[in-house]
Write a protein that binds this ligand. Structure first.
Ligand SMILES: Nc1nc2c(ncn2[C@@H]2O[C@H](COP(=O)(O)OP(=O)(O)OP(=O)(O)O)[C@@H](O)[C@H]2O)c(=O)[nH]1
Ligand SMILES: [Mg+2]
Length: 211
C-alpha cells in the first residue's frame, strides 16, 4: 500500500498553498515546507506523506507575482509544473486551485478587461487541469483580509469572467457532486481556518470516489 493517491495544490506564488497544506496534515509540525515571508518559498516538487494521511499532498511551487525572480526562473517553474502534470495526472484524485482573493480584481482587469487577447492565468490553469480530467475546487483564500462586500464583489467578478471562458463556477454548497460541468468554489482563510471542515469533507468525498 505504498501508492496513495495524490492531492494537487496549485496557484500563484504567495496565495497560501503551503499554509493550506499544513492545515490538512494530521501532524503539521513535521511539515518541513516553508510558509513564506517572500513569494517563491516552495521551490521543489516533492510529495508530502504522513502515516495518518490517506493521500499524498503535492504542494506545487507558485508562479507569477514573483517580483524578485528572474523571468527565466519564472518560465522554468511553469515548465516544470506543466511537465509534472502531464506526467503524473493519473495520480491525482483532486486538485485545489488556490486564488488570493486580494489579487482577483488586478488579474481580471489586466488580462481580460484591458486586453481581450490574453487569458487570466487562473483560467488557463483551470482549463489545463480539466484537460487532464483532474477534478478541482477553486479556493478563494485570504478572505480575512477583505470586507464582506469586497469579497462578494471579487468572487462575482471572477465567476462572471470565467463564464466567458466557458468555466461554470458554483459555490460548493450548491454544487452537484456528479455534475462535471460545474466547478465548485469555496471562500477560505488559512489564517482563520474558515471553511477548513468543508474543504476536508470535499477532499474525503473525492478520495472515496476513487475506490
Ligand atoms: N491573512 C492571511 N494570510 C495568509 C493566509 N494564508 C496564507 N497567508 C500568508 O501568506 C503568505 C504566503 O503563504 P504560503 O502558504 O507560504 O503561500 P504559498 O502559496 O505556499 O507561496 P509559494 O510557496 O511562494 O508559492 C504567508 O505569510 C502566510 O502566512 C490567509 O488565509 N490569510
Ligand atoms: Mg509554498
Amino acid at each position: 500500500m505504498n501508492e496513495k493517491p495524490s492531492l494537487l495544490i496549485i496557484g500563484n506564488s504567495n496565495v497560501g498553498k503551503s499554509s493550506i497544506t499544513r492545515l490538512l496534515l494530521p501532524n503539521p509540525r513535521k511539515f518541513k515546507g516553508k510558509i513564506g515571508k517572500h513569494p517563491g518559498s516552495t521551490l521543489l516538487i516533492k510529495p508530502i506523506t504522513q502515516i495518518d494521511l490517506p493521500y499524498k499532498i503535492i504542494d506545487l511551487p507558485g508562479f507569477g507575482y514573483i517580483r524578485r525572480a528572474s523571468h527565466r526562473r519564472e518560465e522554468h517553474i511553469k515548465k516544470q509544473i506543466v511537465i509534472h502534470i502531464e506526467k503524473h495526472h493519473q495520480d491525482y484524485f483532486f486538485g485545489l486551485v488556490v486564488i488570493n482573493i486580494l489579487r482577483i480584481k488586478d488579474e481580471i482587469e489586466k488580462y481580460f478587461i484591458h486586453n481581450q487577447e490574453t487569458i487570466p492565468l487562473s483560467f488557463e490553469l483551470i482549463k489545463f487541469l480539466r484537460e487532464f480530467d483532474i477534478p478541482i475546487i477553486v479556493i478563494f483564500n485570504k478572505i480575512d483580509k477583505v470586507s464582506n462586500l469586497d469579497k462578494t464583489k471579487s468572487i462575482k467578478t471572477f465567476i462572471k469572467s470565467a463564464e466567458i471562458y466557458e468555466l461554470n463556477l458554483v459555490h460548493l454548497d450548491d454544487h452537484e457532486f456528479h455534475n462535471k460541468a460545474e466547478i465548485p468554489y469555496l471562500e477560505f482563510s488559512a489564517l482563520k481556518k474558515i471553511n477548513i471542515e468543508k474543504l476536508k469533507k470535499i477532499i474525503q468525498k473525492f478520495l472515496k470516489e476513487m475506490f
